[in-house]
Design a protein around this ligand. Structure first.
Ligand code: HEM
Length: 157
């Protein structure tokens, strides 16, 4: 069994690698979902979008494992306003991401049924708004993370 410092280090590494990977997926989707996207773009985005869900789930598991078993322990985080703000914002990102995922599945199905079927500009613009909103919230999450790690936002018991 590795010692506490090593477990903490491994969780921290996993947390950051997963978060960068999720940011990469989001950036890819913002780059690929744009007016003029082709059938190949739709198939590629549909494949990459599956990773969005996998990575978000892994971040949840690693994040809560960190909060419970590593870093400063659950008592520290559960009493921290910025921790809960971060979780709530992450949950909001998850909810927002449902809209692009449903649209992408719809586009892929339409393409399978009719190979000339492509999304219209309004549909693409709507999905892009959701993707950008998720990216903006990501910046907030990172800010909350830095604040909680430094002991800001301690709530009175
Ligand atoms: C369920 C989701 C999450 C949980 C439970 C969680 C939990 C944690 C914990 C326990 C730490 C250690 C803080 C410390 O050193 O005291 C941490 C650090 C961090 N988290 Fe998360 N996290 C989650 C999701 C995210 C997401 C989605 C992002 C980014 C978009 C993120 C960004 C960070 C960053 C940048 C740090 C390092 C903060 C610093 O040391 O300055 N986390 N997180």
């Amino acid at each position: 069994m590795p010692d506490f410092a090593t477990v903490d280090l491994l969780f921290a590494i996993a947390h950051h690698v997963l978060i960068f990977a999720l940011a990469g997926v989001l950036a890819f989707e913002i780059g690929a979902v744009r007016p003029g996207m082709t059938d190949r773009d739709i198939l590629r985005v549909a494949r990459v979008d599956i990773w969005y869900g996998i990575l978000a789930g892994a971040i949840l598991v690693v994040g809560f494992s960190r909060a419970h078993f590593a870093a400063k322990g659950w008592d520290y985080y559960s009493a921290n306003l910025f921790f809960w703000a971060k979780i709530a914002t992450f949950a909001l990102v998850g909810l927002l991401s449902i809209v692009p995922t449903i649209a992408i599945i719809r586009w892929r199905r339409a393409l399978t049924a009719n190979e000339a079927s492509l999304p219209n500009i309004q549909d693409i613009a709507a999905v892009r708004r959701f993707l950008w909103a998720e990216a903006a919230l990501f910046a907030l999450i990172v800010s909350f993370a830095a604040a909680m790690a430094r002991g800001f936002g301690v709530m009175a018991h």
